[in-house]
Ligand binder design. Structure first.
Ligand code: A2P
Length: 332
């Protein structure tokens, strides 16, 4: 009989934490018991899992006794401090933050891209950045077919990527705005309602943001492609859920659009939605809540030699976070 696991979720009250509960329910994840952890602000509140209401405990040094598997989704600071404690207590950590992603002995895994890398773990496995995950669901199969060299991209990222409080901020600002008032920004430096912000994560010395460099750094690690280059502009848009990415990709070998369509139609975890004549292309509203990412708008790139332009959309709380984390655990 399959083993049932003692599972903890750190950051259970967050946008990704809540999704983890739902994904484990849907996929019938073998849970013997579940420990929900968050900050002291949430201690005592309850969340439903299957037929049970489970009380949330404040995260502390002793939270991981008896835990086999700990999903972390509470930011990199919390992960840096508590993941080693969980590891020492004997739990396998799957961390959603950027805290450990680029460490050499921490595998960074998308099951459809580099499943074999999970085997090298030493107690911590990292989940990739959400935009990177969505983009690679299409780029990696294309890489296998044509040999990926470099990418120019712009992302259109939903506010739920900044957590539950950012969803509330967009809602408050939209409501204030349509009733003729205004609500001052707290999470973002400018209003996000009826606006777009070319600013996701903090700025680096090279002028890019941290988020913008992740497609290159994390893409190199997961595709085992040290020469891969990606120039990205990440944009926050007033969408609740699902990230979109416009990609122009250059390949080693010539690309045929029909062949690229066939490759993506076969790719696991991805649906091809590419019927421009019938207004068929992926949108965040369509992709939200779905496990599979979607790709469309495939065309020969008119600026690159062996180039393909395309549009990829995916629910970043699912494939970009909770679903991918649970799939990693299932792989093991
Ligand atoms: P809490 O709700 O108690 O603040 P989001 O990404 O949606 O903002 O969610 C972040 C998650 O991380 C929440 O569950 C939040 O709990 C949790 N969290 C944030 N800071 C800490 C901390 N220092 N210790 C434990 N959990 C934390």
């Amino acid at each position: 009989m399959a083993k049932n696991y003692h599972v903890a979720i750190v950051g259970a009250t967050g946008a990704v934490g809540i999704e983890l509960l739902r994904v484990m329910e849907r996929r019938n994840f073998p849970v013997a018991n579940l420990r929900l952890l968050a900050s002291h602000r949430s201690a005592g509140k309850k969340l439903a899992f299957r037929d049970e209401d489970i009380a949330i405990a404040a995260l502390d040094e002793n939270s991981f006794a008896g835990i086999d598997l700990a999903f972390f989704s509470a930011g990199s600071e919390t992960a840096r401090k508590f993941a080693p404690l969980a590891q020492r207590a004997g739990a396998l950590v799957i961390d959603n933050s950027s805290g450990f992603r680029m460490e050499e002995d921490v595998p960074l895994v998308i099951p459809e891209v580099n499943p074999e890398d999970v085997r090298t773990h030493r107690g911590i496995i990292a989940n990739p950045n959400c935009t990177t995950a969505v983009a690679l669901m299409a780029l990696c199969p294309l890489h296998r077919a044509f040999g990926l060299r470099r990418v120019f991209a712009a992302s259109y990222q939903a506010v739920s990527g900044s957590g539950a409080r950012a969803i509330a901020e967009l809602k408050t600002q939209v409501e204030a705005s349509v009733s003729g008032g205004s609500a001052s920004p707290k999470i973002y430096p400018h209003p996000i309602a009826f606006n777009v912000l070319p600013h996701v994560d903090s700025f680096l010395a090279n002028g890019y943001t941290r988020e913008e460099m992740k497609l290159q750094t994390e893409g190199r690690k997961m595709m085992h492609l040290p020469e891969f280059r990606a120039s990205v502009t990440c944009v926050r848009v007033p969408v609740y859920r699902a990230h979109a990415v416009a990609l122009s990709a250059e390949f080693e070998r010539p690309v045929l659009v029909e062949r690229a369509r066939a490759v993506l139609a076969e790719a696991p975890g991805l649906d091809l939605v590419d019927d421009p004549a019938g207004n068929g292309y992926p949108t965040p509203l369509e992709a939200a809540g779905k496990d599979n990412c979607q790709a469309g708008r495939l065309r020969l790139d008119c600026a690159f030699e062996n180039g393909l332009a395309l549009w990829v959309v995916g629910d970043q709380l699912l494939k970009g976070a909770a679903l991918n984390a649970v799939q990693i655990a299932e792989l093991l």
